[in-house]
Design a protein around this ligand. Structure first.
Ligand code: ADP
Length: 436
């Protein structure tokens, strides 16, 4: 193709030459010049009109005829339209593939628009959530009428999931997660966890039953061992040592069973958390005094610092068990010259208990595993621990909406912090900080 501007300028030059020649010939140069300019303008208006017609409704794959710069303009627009058409086709194909894939997903998937209205859902959503085509445009909260779900939807803390029964059949248990994306859009994914919940219940019941059944024979054995230990002086010396070991081990087994029962009780969905007003300063004072009785003269120093009078809404017994575990752990793992400091204080969003010690500390690689059941950093150390203490602490805190934070450095000590959110705190009228 010739350079369009060159051919356009050649056309203008030719028109002017013809105009000048005719002007000279007929002695009306100005008039002839006007006619030439108007003809040139008419030529452009004609092409502009052709372009508009073509863009409005002409066939996108047919290029209008043109010359000079118009040929180039038509071609460039044609190329742009062809590229857009190809891209559109690709997008449609991609969207189709995405829809087919999400439709085949076993999990219910619902696209929610800004006002929580249903935009689209897959087949599984029809089966698990009972959605029908004419529910599109409806608010999801009007169709899934469960207070837990409504709270989850409004609360906008989508890091966790919410469990509800399926509206189709109450025996189907669903785990719902909302994933925000784009501007104000949200994806609701519901997973059928009926089988999983059933297996969890079987496991919890099994552990609870076994622990319960072991408790009675163990109490009997422990009673006999204790009375034998009391009369150890009448027995040969090596019997006495063996009996002492037996007493230690039965005590350990009893602690293990008690811890297992506590854990299964905490895990059980039917075991609802009580909403007592727990006077934490007095609870901590109580635990502190008991711990002081346990700590022998040579053991680490134990200090209590109550810096707020705030209390908590929750279960006193559960909180007692969590706090005791942390304090006893610190005392258990510290040496004679160490110090354990227990601090109860306010923080920006709520209240916090810090149990800090100057003990041996824990290497960073072990920290993420500490709250796993039966996990012990050094099982051969013979502390008599069960490895269940921190798992209990984590469960109790989770039930109170709180978080366990652990910071530690080898040779420097550890701090275990229980961070309670503002909505769990209660302060009685006239209470000021430091007034506990
Ligand atoms: P255990 O019954 O063994 O104490 P826990 O679940 O309470 O079980 O603690 C898990 C592990 O975390 C312990 O075995 C110990 O290694 C480590 N640990 C807990 N508290 C401390 C602490 N204050 N200092 C050092 N290590 C600790």
């Amino acid at each position: 193709m010739l350079n369009p501007w060159r051919s356009e300028f050649s056309l203008i030059l030719l028109a002017l030459l013809v105009g000048v020649f005719l002007g000279k010939l007929f002695h009306y140069p100005i008039l002839i010049l006007w006619i030439t300019v108007l003809t040139y303008l008419g030529h452009h208006l004609l092409h502009a009109n052709r372009l508009i017609e073509w863009l409005r409704g002409g066939k996108a794959n047919e290029l209008p005829k043109g010359s000079g710069i118009w040929e180039e303009i038509y071609y460039l627009i044609f190329r742009l339209r062809r590229r857009n058409r190809r891209r559109k086709k690709q997008l449609i194909r991609l969207l189709d593939r995405f829809r087919t894939a999400t439709a085949a997903l076993p999990d219910a998937t619902v696209v929610l628009s800004a006002g929580d209205q249903i935009d689209w859902f897959n087949d599984a959503a029809g089966k698990l959530l009972g959605l029908r085509r004419n529910d599109i445009g409806q608010k999801i909260g009007n169709l899934l009428r469960y207070p837990k779900f409504a709270h989850y939807l409004q609360h906008e803390n989508y890091e966790t999931t919410v469990g509800i029964p399926s509206p189709v059949h109450e025996n189907i248990q669903l785990d719902i997660r909302i994933i925000p994306y784009g501007d104000d859009l949200r994806l609701l994914v519901a997973q059928d966890v009926t089988q999983l919940r059933f297996m969890e219940r079987v496991r919890t019941d099994f552990v609870a039953n076994v622990s319960h059944e072991l408790r009675t024979p163990l109490t009997v054995i422990r009673g006999y061992v204790e009375s034998l230990v009391d009369n150890a002086d009448k027995l040969p010396e090596n019997f006495g040592r063996a009996l002492q070991r037996m007493e230690e081990q039965t005590l350990r087994m009893q602690t293990l069973i008690d811890d297992l029962l506590t854990l299964t009780r905490l895990e059980s969905a039917t075991h609802q958390i009580t909403q007592q007003r727990v006077d934490v300063p007095s609870l901590l004072t109580e635990i502190h005094e008991e711990a002081l009785d346990l700590v022998m003269e040579s053991k680490p120093k134990l200090e209590l610092s109550i810096e707020t009078g705030a209390g908590l809404l929750g279960g006193r017994q559960e909180l007692r068990s969590a706090f005791t575990n942390l304090i006893h752990n610190a005392l258990k793992y510290c040496g004679d010259r160490d110090t354990v400091l227990v601090r109860w204080h306010d923080e920006a969003e709520g209240v916090r208990l810090d149990v800090s010690d100057t003990g041996p500390g824990i290497a960073a690689e072990y920290l993420p595993r500490l709250t796993e059941r039966f996990y012990q950093v050094d099982p051969g150390r013979g502390t008599g621990g069960t490895g269940l203490g921190l798992a209990i602490v984590k469960h109790v805190l989770a039930r109170h909406g709180a978080e366990l934070k652990i910071s530690s450095a080898i040779g420097k000590g550890s701090t275990f912090s229980c961070c309670f959110p503002g909505h769990r705190v209660y302060r009685h009228a006239g209470m000021t900080d430091e007034s506990a």
